[in-house]
Design a protein around this ligand. Structure first.
Ligand code: NAD
Ligand code: UGA
Length: 480
């Protein structure tokens, strides 16, 4: 017999809050969603979904009777035993996590804490946030018997968020008390017991009733650090392979072969070893910075984190230098930009390497026609309004008449371009691939000059490259 479902409140209806709400409903719970953005709540009430996330619209429509939406925190939290905080924790101007949204959410919640609830922090936060929340509630004169605080970091990735939530590698619960730990264990029981995976219509994936996800109980501080350390470690893998890719290029080796060879060691693993433009998104950049700040504030010099960030930032310059090298100068050139999102599968452009590259090439004098399958609406707001920044309905329109095509996002659609058609419509068949989506042999066979990351440039035999190639920095200074 399964226990009665929990009544859950989720504060913050962004990527994490909406996915968590829909998945909790899928697990059989009742969910009250709160967001202080009235337009967002109105949209959700009318059946719209404000973010692009695979599988999310289907879950919301399947569970519309189990999910409510409100702008009023008291209304949302009143009937709930467990309140998840999923508001943003962006980087503030000095580089540390801006905790004002969490603080506002907790303050709004304090008035409802007249009977026991668990406040669960799902947002990614600095270590000791649980302790700070307790102090804040004490200041609001909330009876300590009326709440417990727990840290339950979220590890979903945009683009595969629903699958990641329902088929997680692990669930971390950092609870202050055994009572809170047990209630949270009940919330996740449909997954941890394997019950969910046997239900008709359950999303199938790597987890099964025979192999359900583990739930690890820790202290709140450990849970908070697990989240920052995990994101920083993944960012480390990416920066490491990018540093190796620069070496590979300098000596004529191939980063794809190197990553494959390294990844065959099961202790290293093959994931997160894709070289390219570096990581972006709303999380890795801010979380590595916040982890560094956390460490510094605790008197620990974690200099490795500096290197991770520096290598990541320099990858964009490595790419821009390739554009200069290929075109002599981007000034007056028409460039097709394929991809604006920070990675394929999402409309999110926060900290997108593609957006930074476009900004820099526009200021270098290029004209751009961009195409992204999902992120163009958001990109139009972030990029300058100019007759040099245009948008296309598809990748072929973007590439027509272009002096070069730049692949900036690893969308599936860009992995299966009709190369014959592309070569015919471009002014110059040059592809500069910041995501290594193609093999040089394939591109050269289709007549392209193909420039990628951590691999030698490749050109068809008739193409004569100016020799010797000028170092990129020299090219830059000579053209200024
Ligand atoms: P988001 O910006 O998409 O959404 C945050 C939402 O919170 C917004 O809709 C905003 O209107 C709302 N909000 C802000 N203050 C509020 C308040 N006081 N009351 C009610 N609503 C409020 O953010 P996100 O990407 O969902 O990230 C949320 C947190 O989860 C961050 O800490 C992030 O680091 C973490 N996280 C994000 C991801 C991801 O893939 N995006 C994955 C894991 C963890
Ligand atoms: C990342 C983590 O993977 C999630 O576990 C975590 O929950 C989330 O951050 C978060 O805390 O918000 P996400 O940012 O959605 O998820 O996307 P990833 O797939 O991890 O990619 C992040 C960035 O790294 C992207 O720009 C991607 O293009 C880049 N990347 C990824 C590489 O450059 N190389 C790789 O091998 C992998």
């Amino acid at each position: 017999m399964r226990e009665t479902p929990s009544a859950i409140c989720v504060i913050g209806c962004g990527y994490v809050g909406l996915v968590a709400a829909a998945c909790f409903a899928e697990m059989g719970h009742h969910v009250h969603c709160v967001d202080n953005d009235r337009a967002r709540i109105d949209l959700l009430r009318s059946g719209g979904i404000p973010i692009f996330e695979h599988g999310l619209p289907e879950l919301f429509s399947r569970h519309r009777n189990a999910i409510t939406f409100t702008v009023d925190t008291e209304e949302g939290a009143e009937a709930s035993d467990v309140v998840f905080i999923a508001v943003g924790t962006p980087q503030d101007r000095s580089g540390i996590a801006d905790m004002s949204y969490v603080e506002a959410a907790i303050s709004g919640l304090s008035r409802t804490l007249t009977k026991y609830k668990i406040i669960v922090v799902k947002s990614t936060v600095p270590v000791r946030t649980s302790a700070r929340i307790r102090r804040l509630l004490e200041r609001h004169r909330v009876d300590p018997a009326c709440f417990d605080i727990a840290s339950n970091p979220e590890f979903l990735r945009e683009g595969s968020a629903v699958m990641d939530f329902l088929h997680p590698d692990r669930i971390i619960v950092g609870a202050e008390s055994e009572r809170a730990a047990q209630i949270l264990a009940r919330v996740y029981d449909p997954l941890v017991s394997g019950w969910y995976y046997e239900q008709p219509g359950a999303l199938s994936g790597p987890r099964t009733a025979a192999c359900p996800p583990p739930l690890l109980q820790t202290s709140p501080e450990s849970a908070e650090i697990i989240k920052h350390a995990s994101n920083s470690f993944l960012a480390l893998k990416i920066s490491f392979i990018n540093a190796v890719s620069n070496l590979a290029e300098a000596v004529g080796a191939d980063i794809e072969e190197i990553a494959k060879g390294m990844g065959m060691d099961s202790r290293i693993g093959s994931r997160f070893l894709r070289a390219g433009l570096g990581y972006g998104g709303s999380c890795f950049p801010k979380d590595v910075a916040a982890f560094q700040e956390d460490s510094a504030q605790s008197g620990v010099a974690f200099r490795l984190l500096d290197d991770i960030r520096n290598i990541n930032e320099s990858q964009r310059t490595v790419f821009i230098n390739k554009v200069w090298e290929a075109l002599w100068t981007p000034r007056g050139k028409r460039l097709a930009v394929l991809g604006l999102a920070y990675k394929g599968g999402t409309d999110d452009i926060r900290e997108s390497p593609a957006i930074e590259v476009v900004h820099r090439l526009l200021s270098d004098g290029a004209s751009i026609m961009a195409y992204d399958p999902a992120a163009m609406g958001k990109a139009r707001v972030a990029l300058p309004v100019s007759d040099k920044m245009l948008y296309a309905d598809n990748l072929y329109e973007a590439a027509t008449g272009a002096d070069a095509a730049l692949i900036l996002t690893d969308w599936e659609e860009f992995k299966s371009i009709d190369l014959e058609r592309l070569a015919l419509i471009m002014r110059n068949p040059i592809v500069i691939d910041g995501r290594n989506l193609y093999s040089a042999a394939t591109m050269v066979a289709h007549g392209f000059t193909y420039i990628s990351m951590g691999r030698s440039d490749a050109s068809p035999p008739h193409f004569r490259k100016p020799s010797p190639a000028l170092p990129a920095r020299q090219v830059l200074s000579e053209t200024i």
